[in-house]
Structure formats: C-alpha cells, structure tokens
Design a binder for this molecule. Structure first.
Ligand code: CP
Length: 308
C-alpha cells in the first residue's frame, strides 16, 4: 500500500489501513535500533526540522534520533531560543524555515490547530507533535504499537484511560485510534476533568478509577496537565491521588496480565505509585518510549516516499 498522506495532523484523519501500515513499518524498523551501528541510509540527503514551542523530552529526542537513524539531517528549534522571543509570528517563522527547503517539519505548539495551519501553508510535510489539548498522534501510534506488541492485538481489548481527560491530547488521539482499531475504551477521571459529551466519541465514562479498571487489559494513566488548567479543578494533588492514583491495591481489579501505560512525564505518587510505574511485570512505560523511536522513523520514512 502506498502512503498517500502529505501530513500527519491527527489520528482522526487516519484510516485503519493507514494506521496498520504505520505500525507494520515501525515494527520493521525496531531492529535497526538494536544494531551496533544504528543507522541506515534511507533518508540520506533529506532534512527534518523539529520546531518545538512547548517543552518536550521524549517526543523531540525521539524525532531527532529517528531522523538520525535514517541518515536525515535533523535540526532542533526551541521557541525559547529562537527569534520567536523577538516577536516573530508562527507564520513568519514557518515561511522562513520553508525557504531553507527542509523535507519535513515536526511542530509542537500550545495552540490547537497550529500544525493544520502550517500544513495548508507550506509545501513540506508537517507532523503534529502535540497541539494544545487537541491531538498527539505520534504518541497514540506508539501506544497502539506497544499494546499490539504486548497483547498481540488491539481489537476486543478493554483499555481504561484515567486522569485529566479534559486537557489531554494523548487521550483524544488514543480514543480515536483505539476505537478505530476495535478496542473498548473506558475513561475515568473527576467530573471536572471529563469533557462534556465525551460519550459521543463512543467511550464509556466513569468518575471513579475502580469502576473503569475492572477487568481491563490495558490501563493508561495520564498526567495532570497543570499548564493547561486556568482554574483549580481539584482540591489538591493529595486528594486527587487518594482517588485516582493507580496502586498495588486497586490494580488487582484489572486482569491479571494487565499492562500499565503512561505517556510521561510521570508525577510519581500522584497518578501512579512508584512501585507500579517501576514494576516490569506490568509497566510498559519504557517500552512505549522505545517504540516511539520506531514509530517516528516509520512516519518520516512514509512521508518522504520511502515505501513508493
Ligand atoms: N509523551 C510526551 O509527549 O512526552 P514529552 O512531553 O516529553 O515529549
């Protein structure tokens, strides 16, 4: 199958066939990262700009590593050390980057829709590395890859997503992706962290953690997005953790072979207890990070015509 998309803006826009192609391509790239010389010449002569207006450890580093493992030239731009601080607009910044003729621009921005605007404006492929509380498609793809790797399938699994759903682009992208791939998605969080009418996305909603994780195959815990909350929507972190922290006791409600996921960064002891986060018998958090490199390699490869 030829990959026809110019950009990766959200999981909402991807078909099941496209998701499967990305995951299969990523699976085939996993092995490159285990070689002594972790490099193939596939993207030699291509360049990738990582344009980050928000903080990132995992996404930015893995895009850079992904590009380098495919022999692309990778350039990182942080808004805080660029001419953005002198008042340059996103559009002017993008136009100037376009003039240098890169092949792919990866953008993270606090405004929902920023990558979509660039995709319309620029001839380069745009990858959304997280836009506000809207979507984080590459995170959902690496999450789906990890579930498939650990469980052998996605269809028919019960996946509980717990925490600050309202402000989570990870939750939104995973709801689109996991539902398309046939999983049963169940959400839980305080009522103030659940978007109104979220049931219309085809999910089951609970306001308590225990109800959501009963018999779950996968439990995905979310970080409280304090940077996106403009008012206090819960009394205190201590109170939040008393009700919504995944721990050794409540995890017993899930299936015996449950896997525990978290997109990172983790607030240890707030949404997940350290002994669960670090327990190799259930936590797949670092497998998610490892798969993130392969997924981003696959996207760079497919968008630059690698499988034509
Ligand atoms: N999961 C994720 O997006 O992590 P970073 O913010 O560190 O990129």
């Amino acid at each position: 199958m030829k990959f026809e998309k110019k950009d990766i803006l959200g999981i909402k826009e991807l078909t099941v066939d496209e998701i499967n192609l990305i995951l299969e391509t990523a699976e085939s790239f996993l092995e490159i990262s285990t070689r002594e010389i972790k490099k193939v010449p596939t993207m030699r002569g291509k360049s990738v700009i990582n344009l980050f207006y928000e903080a990132s450890t995992r996404t930015r580093t893995s895009f850079e590593i992904a590009g380098k493992r495919l022999s692309a030239d990778t350039i990182n731009i942080s808004a805080s050390t660029s001419s953005v601080v002198k008042g340059e607009t996103l559009i002017d910044t993008a136009r100037n980057l376009e003039a240098m003729n890169p092949d792919v621009i990866v953008i993270r921005h606090s405004a929902a829709g920023a990558p979509h605007m660039l995709a319309k404006l620029l001839r380069q492929s745009i990858i959304n590395a997280g836009d506000g509380a809207h979507e984080h498609p590459t995170q959902a793809l690496l999450d789906m890859m990890t579930i498939k790797e650990k469980k052998g399938r996605i269809a028919g699994l019960k996946v509980a997503i717990v925490g600050d759903i309202m402000h989570s682009r990870v939750a939104r992208s995973n709801i689109y992706g996991l539902s398309k791939m046939g999983a049963k998605v169940v959400l839980a969080g305080p009522a103030t962290m659940l978007p109104r009418n979220i049931e219309q996305m085809g999910v089951v909603v609970h306001t308590n953690l225990e109800d959501a994780i009963i018999d779950a195959d996968v439990v995905m815990m979310l970080r409280i997005q304090l940077e996106r909350q403009n008012q206090s929507i819960f009394p205190s972190l201590r109170e939040y953790s008393q009700h919504y922290c995944l721990n050794r006791t409540n995890i017993q409600l899930a299936k015996k072979d449950v896997i525990v996921m978290h997109p990172g960064p983790i607030n240890r002891g707030v949404e997940i207890s350290p002994d669960i986060a670090d327990d190799p018998s259930c936590s797949v958090i670092l497998d998610q990070v490892n798969n993130g490199v392969a997924v981003r390699m696959a996207l760079l490869y497919l968008l630059t015509g690698g499988n034509e």
